[in-house]
Design a protein around this ligand. Structure first.
Ligand code: OSB
Ligand code: MG
Length: 376
């Protein structure tokens, strides 16, 4: 630990915009993702140690107000000027130093994660160990988008269940819900099943959710609007199935308020949505104390972003499987090689080596880069 007793100074930051072609498009209650733009950040410290981070915002402001384009502006104009040439003692301080900038969670997450990777190199311990993780492997599930037909959905479920995925999450929207879930339950009475509404319902749809109660769903994720935590508490009072919040929770303070008013029983923690793994761990720690279950969601990140999701998921309170839709289903090639591997038991091994824990493929990053700039 002596290496970091003098802290570290962020000397250079390179920002890249990538476009990763999607083999399969991903359709949700908020719209369709046809190609995946993503932002990668490479931070170099004064000792030449490198850290990578990913801002996996979406191209359109449908899931969150931040988009790939505003991430780039946020990094360049508001966030990177705060950290460049500054000296920090602990990785958490970097995220804290950005607190006067509101929003830009995905951009902040990229910085935060890159700094944790540098810290992992400095301490010569894995990301998981640095975060206080205890799990050696994490359970995973798939998030299945809205398909053209029920049959296609059933086929996808069969495939993943046979591959070992521990739970199946189905995207729903008004008109693509009860009939679908009924058919899924008829064919798969015992699988661990949940749904995600991606904010596409309102309290006018209470009956739909009362009806869904009979399908033994593990949870219902973000049925109502992102700012509707009061309405979520009304809905939670009317149904037995636990509500899990995704879009509504951007910070540990949001988590505290949602839990206090009974808006949810479970929280989906995504490093990108909450500003990184520093804030993600805070939300975890708070929920752990309150006995609120958490799990790690995804944003179809490349393997670079996924590496941080996996490390975070190794904390004790991550008691439900993480969203880890298979890389090979969406991407012809990942930016890490080999990519994370889901075993037949539905677990991914948590890397026990320092840095990212996976090999970054620089030629692939270069191949998919559409633009870049750097600050030093
Ligand atoms: O709501 O969880 C979501 C992807 C993009 C935007 C929102 C969501 C998702 C997913 C993907 O469900 C899950 C994954 O990354 O495997
Ligand atoms: Mg969700």
């Amino acid at each position: 630990m002596s290496l970091h007793k003098n802290g570290f100074t962020i000397k250079r930051v390179e920002v890249r915009l990538l476009e990763l072609p999607l083999i399969t498009k991903f359709v949700t209650g908020f719209g369709s993702i046809d190609h995946k733009e993503t932002v990668l950040l490479k931070i170099t410290n004064a000792d030449g140690i490198i850290g990578w981070g990913e801002a996996a915002a979406l191209s359109l402001p449908n899931y969150s107000p931040e988009t790939i384009q505003t991430t780039l502006i946020g990094l360049k104009e508001y966030l990177l000027p705060f950290v460049i040439n500054k000296k920090f003692e602990k990785p958490q301080e970097v995220y804290e130093s950005l607190s006067t900038v509101k929003g830009f969670s995905f951009a902040k997450a990229a910085i935060d994660c890159a700094v944790w990777m540098i810290y992992s190199t400095m301490t010569n311990e894995s990301l998981s160990i640095n975060l206080g993780g205890i799990r050696k492997k994490i359970g995973v599930g798939e998030s299945i988008g809205i398909k053209k037909s029920v049959e296609e959905t059933l086929d996808e479920i069969s495939l993943r269940v046979n591959q070992g995925y521990q739970r199946i999450k189905i995207k729903i929207k008004p008109g693509w819900d009860i009939a679908l879930i009924e058919k899924i339950r008829n064919k798969f009475p015992d699988i661990v099943l949940m749904v995600d509404g991606n904010s596409s319902y309102t309290l006018k749809d209470v009956k739909t959710f009362e009806y869904l109660d009979k399908f033994k769903l593990l949870m219902i994720e973000q049925p109502l609007g992102d700012t509707d935590i009061i309405d979520h508490s009304v809905l939670q009072n009317k149904i037995k199935t636990p509500i899990c919040l995704d879009e509504s929770i951007l910070s540990v303070e949001d988590a505290r308020k949602a839990i206090d008013i009974g808006a949810c029983k479970i929280i989906n923690i995504k490093p990108g949505r909450v500003g990184g793994i520093t804030e993600g761990k805070k939300i975890h720690d708070y929920c752990y104390k309150k006995n609120i279950g958490v799990w790690c969601g995804g944003m179809l990140e490349s393997g670079i972003g996924r590496a941080f999701n996996i490390a975070l998921s190794s904390l004790a309170g991550f008691k439900y499987p993480a969203d880890m839709s298979p890389s090979s289903f969406y991407y012809k090639e990942d930016l890490i090689d080999p990519t994370y591997e889901v075993g037949g038991d539905g677990f991914i091994k948590v890397p026990d080596v320092p840095k990212l824990g996976y090999n970054i493929k620089m030629h692939r990053i270069n191949k998919y880069t559409k633009g870049k700039f750097s600050i030093s």
